[in-house]
Design a binder for this molecule. Structure first.
Ligand SMILES: O=C(O)CCC(=O)C(=O)O
Ligand SMILES: [Fe+2]
Length: 272
C-alpha cells in the first residue's frame, strides 16, 4: 500500500486521446492512475462505505448510484489525486482554449448490484440504471468547458455499469435537465439522440478511466454483478468561467459574485 504522502502516478493523455475526446465528447484512458495508488483508494472507499451504511435518500439520482460528495475534502489520498498537477494538466489539454482549471467537485460513486437486498447503499432492491443525461444543465457556470474524470477503483466489467456515451452529442449544446422527474432521461426528451452512435460497452480495469465533457450524453446500465461498482470522479472547469448566480446546492450561500470567477477555496485553481 502506498504511504499517505505518496504522489499519485498519473500518466499523460496522448494526442490521440485528446483528438478522440474533442471529436466524440468522451475518451477512454486505460491505466490513467497507477495500480498501487488505486488499490489504496479502493481500500479507503470500502472503509467509508462501511461507515455510511443506511444513509439512503430517495431522490432520482440516489436510485441510480450512491455518492460520497467532496471525498477529496475528507481524505488526503483522494485530495492528492484530485489536486495533482499531472491530472490538471491532462484536463487543461483535453479542453479547448483553456489556460487553467478549477476543481468543481469530487465524488466517490457506488452502484450496488440491482436486486441486492442488504446493500450498503441505495434502495432496498439495489441501484438501477443511470439514465442518459448531460451534466451541464445543472451548473451555474457561464460556459460549458468542463469535464469529469471517472476512475474505476476496481474492475468494472461492462455489465457492472461502465458508462456509455452518445458520440458527438456534446455538439448540440445544453439539452435540458434529467433526474428531475420520472422518464426525463435525455433520450425520452430527445428521441433523435438515438440516431447518434452509442459507444460500445467495455470493461475497465482498476486504474482505467473515462473522461466525459459536461455536454456529452452519458449513462450506465444497472450493475448485474454481485459486488458494488466503485468509482471516483473529479470534475474540473475552465478557471476563467464566470458565476451566473443560477440556484445550485453547492454554490448557494457561498457569497460568489455574479459575473465574477469562482474565486473561493471550494473551487481551487489546480496548478498544472
Ligand atoms: O457513474 C454513473 O453511473 C454516473 C456518473 C455520472 O453521471 C457522472 O459522473 O457525470
Ligand atoms: Fe453525469
Amino acid at each position: 500500500m502506498p504511504a499517505r504522502s505518496d504522489k499519485p502516478a498519473v500518466r499523460d493523455v496522448t494526442d490521440s486521446e485528446i483528438g478522440s475526446f474533442r471529436e466524440r465528447g468522451w475518451a477512454r484512458l486505460p491505466g490513467l492512475v497507477g495500480a498501487d495508488y488505486v488499490a489504496d483508494l479502493r481500500e479507503r472507499a470500502l472503509e467509508r462505505l462501511g461507515e455510511r451504511r443506511g444513509r439512503f435518500r430517495n431522490n432520482y439520482v440516489d436510485q441510480a448510484f450512491g455518492q460520497d460528495r467532496d471525498i477529496a475534502r475528507h481524505d488526503e489520498a483522494y485530495a492528492a489525486l484530485a489536486l495533482s498537477p499531472a491530472l490538471a494538466r491532462n484536463v487543461r489539454r483535453l479542453l479547448v482554449g483553456v489556460d487553467a482549471v478549477r476543481l468543481q467537485v469530487t465524488n466517490l460513486l457506488v452502484k450496488e448490484p440491482a436486486g441486492n437486498p442488504g446493500a450498503a447503499e441505495g434502495p432496498p432492491d439495489g441501484h438501477g440504471a443511470t439514465v442518459f443525461h448531460q451534466d451541464f444543465p445543472w451548473m451555474p457556470m457561464d460556459r460549458s468547458s468542463m469535464l469529469t474524470v471517472w476512475l474505476a477503483l476496481d474492475e468494472v466489467p461492462a455489465d457492472m455499469g461502465a458508462l456509455r456515451f452518445y458520440e458527438r452529442s456534446h455538439r448540440y449544446g445544453p439539452l435540458g435537465r434529467s433526474f428531475v422527474r420520472e422518464d426525463d432521461g435525455a433520450l425520452d426528451q430527445h428521441p433523435w439522440l438515438g440516431e447518434l452512435p452509442l459507444s460500445e460497452p467495455f470493461d475497465l480495469a482498476a486504474g482505467d478511466a473515462t473522461v466525459h465533457h459536461s455536454l456529452v450524453i452519458h449513462g450506465a446500465p444497472a450493475n448485474r454483478r454481485d459486488r458494488p461498482r466503485l468509482s471516483f470522479t473529479a470534475t474540473y472547469f475552465d478557471a476563467a468561467t464566470l458565476y451566473t448566480g443560477a440556484p445550485y446546492g453547492q454554490t448557494d450561500g457561498l457569497g460568489l459574485a455574479v459575473n465574477e470567477p469562482f474565486d473561493h477555496p471550494l473551487f481551487p485553481v489546480v496548478p498544472s
